[in-house]
Design a binder for this molecule. Sequence first.
Ligand code: SF4
Length: 249
Amino acid sequence: MTRRDSILRELGLAPLWRLRECAGQDTQGDMLPAAAAPAGILPSPVVAQAPVQGARAQHIAALGWDELKEAVSACRDCRLCEQRKQAVLGVGDTEADWLFVGEGPGAEEDERGEPFVGQAGKLLDAMLAAIDLKRGKQVYIGNVVKCRPPGNRTPEAEETAACFPFLQRQIELIRPKLIVALGKPAAETLLGAEVKVGAARGRRFDYRGIPLIVTYHPAYLLRNLTDKAKAWEDLCFARSTMADQPGDN
Ligand code: SF4
């Protein structure tokens, strides 16, 4: 058994691998621009979210990595600061081609100060390995909110809005070639529209000129094992989208 077979077996995807090779696969065949989306799939047009304005946002937009890390650590601009042990900015290659964006830190992430280190993180690492990626090497992983929502609840709209300038600045500094939005809150925050993951996956969106792919959050996949096969299709689609980017090998 090859290393990739082992990874896919761990993901519960080995039979699928035999059915569908990822390399060169046109998984969905419909890299539609958002404007061509069938009516009703997404309730509002998906457009790249405009930069958040205001003095705070302008201040954040001028920060370098060190200042950004300090600003996030000290931030008390939404109520998620109240119960956090620490803010979690992100992890990985700060010049990565790939940016994966999740929802927010969980208990282990809050404890350790790194995103995706619990069970969902293990699954994300396996997903990355399945397409020959590795945490920290051409990959940056972050979240929509930097502080743990109590009880791992979904962040409120005002919390994601308050934290969005930090994510915007991260994206500006990293300048990734592709963004993968993991789950609904990440997709909605980045696209500035209501998103149904099941309808949005398999299509190419755009965040300020950067291709954006939507797939399921690993924590969701841990609870919904049958959707792992769809996540595998999405990863293949992401990889083929990346291969189409200028300068990619
Ligand atoms: Fe600040 Fe974001 Fe933490 Fe809210 S979630 S306190 S905006 S760093």
